[in-house]
Design a protein around this ligand. Structure first.
Ligand code: ADP
Length: 219
């Protein structure tokens, strides 16, 4: 689906956000349809609201005005329980720095969202192992976060975000602290997720990501 489609996968309309105790309005009435089957990079100077936009798209923050739409239906104004349900089933979120639970193995971290989504353990486990393999960290399945590199942890976070096969994947500076090889494999994984028909949105100022994104939205 393209930007002009009446019911695109993920869209915002007249969006603005203001943090409590702040006077600064972010996004200034942003209207945008995020392309399906493509990687959109959200860029702009530091402090412009890239991370905040991802949290609003991820239904973790409610906009001050405007709307977030999934498949043409408004979702930001739903109850906490409904927004959590949308988050659990239709959204994968890759946080900056990929903080993984130090007490869990890589495999346990990767499959955890599936258990919340009600996927049986055996199904979740095989899907997690397959994703970890695709991301080149399958051999690390039994390791704990202290035993893997930052780039590997970021790939585990992507496997986790893709586990329930969500139509929308949001990633906050996923290559921010990675060397070039790791940045390349993280971006390739997100590109494959998009090519499989998902809407992938990456908040970034990394020139490498900007160069390879299908679309760029500048805040
Ligand atoms: P970016 O990702 O583009 O660097 P952010 O979304 O992190 O921008 O922040 C946008 C603006 O909101 C900045 O001015 C930042 O200082 C402010 N901000 C971020 N988080 C909070 C918060 N929890 N409370 C108040 N202001 C915040």
């Amino acid at each position: 689906m393209m930007a002009g489609d009446p019911a695109p996968g993920l869209a915002v309309r007249d969006l603005a956000f203001v943090y409590p105790r702040s006077t600064e309005e972010l996004f200034g009435g942003l209207t945008h349809a995020f392309a399906t089957g493509a990687v959109t990079a959200v860029t702009g100077p530091s402090g412009r609201g890239k991370s905040t936009l991802l949290y609003v798209l991820g239904l973790m923050l409610r906009p001050r005005r405007g709307a977030v739409l999934f498949a043409g239906a408004r979702v930001d104004d739903r109850s906490d329980a409904e927004r959590s349900a949308v988050r659990g089933s239709r959204l994968g979120f890759v946080f900056q720095d990929a903080v993984l639970d130090p007490t869990r193995t890589v495999l346990e971290s990767a499959l955890e969202p599936a258990l919340y989504a009600g996927l049986p353990y055996v199904v979740a486990r095989s899907r997690a192992l397959e994703l970890l393999d695709q991301l080149g960290v399958g051999a690390r399945a039994d390791h704990r976060p202290g035993e893997i590199s930052g780039g590997q942890a970021q790939r585990v976070a992507i496997a986790r975000a893709l586990l329930v096969d969500p139509p929308v994947v949001l990633a906050d500076e996923p290559t921010g602290n990675l060397d070039h090889d790791n940045a390349q494999s993280v971006l390739a994984a997100l590109g494959r997720a998009a090519a499989a028909g998902r809407t992938v949105v990456i908040a970034t100022h990394d020139p490498f990501v900007l160069e390879h994104a299908d679309e760029v939205l500048a805040l």
